[in-house]
Design a protein around this ligand. Sequence first.
Ligand code: DGL
Length: 288
Amino acid sequence: MADNRPIGVFDSGIGGLTVLREIIKTLPGESTVYFGDDGRAPYGSKSHDTIIRYSLQDMLFLQEKDVKMIVIACNTASTHAYEMLSKHSKVPVIEVVTPGAECAVRATMTGRIGIIATNATVSSGAYETAVKDKAGELLSRGENKKAMKSLSVIQQACPLFVSLAEEGWWDDEIAYLTARRYLKDVKDFGVDTLVLACTHYPLLAKTIAKVMGDKVTLINSGVAVASKVAQIISENGMASDGMNVTREFYTSDDAERFENVAAPFLGSGLPRGTVKHTVDRYDISEFL
Ligand code: DGL
């Protein structure tokens, strides 16, 4: 029997739309509910406990919308709250770190990988660990051997990219100068693969590519996450019948602002009909 419940996606703000876009492209017949916690963003500068608290409330809201799975589109929330959410969620939970790490180790030819993310993601070290784990898996299977043997990772936090993305300043002089400054060490390190390990960074992809040069492959984990969602749906027999597909959008901040900033990115007249919804009141004490 078809499962017409929507896929729930949440992020700290509009950045997760980079993941939603790929999910819609891969699974156009699946309905979606998106929640952007713009009112409490950024998550990337918050403490571990706060990120867990916010993410649990985001989860409860999506469960209230009767979703069939929850995609944590936010890298920071994936890094800090995935375990907690998968323990307490009533539906399967998907994070974005592992798919991004896997793409990176498959893409690199030299083994020199850069990871750019929020402060909270960088200081957790989760991405570096995921890249090393995936490299170990590839090596044990004899895949991409030369690169995996000389694996070397550099991380860089680029917190201002989030504000630039939320502001809609994706491809201008300010974005370029900021990117040049943040990416200097990563470029000098000689990476051939750079993971955009933050939902918001794909919005600045053109600018980042301009700074890094065309020999560097940029990894946007959204595509890999969408394949993972498709795989879980098919393995669990959760596909919809593709009829009456709906796209719902919620933000914890101003709905009009959310739509204005997000529209040029999402295209096709989306997002539309966005509703403001705050989640602070959701009681998570039973989980802590
Ligand atoms: N969504 C966050 C992430 O992917 C970036 C924005 C924030 O710091 O809240 O890490």
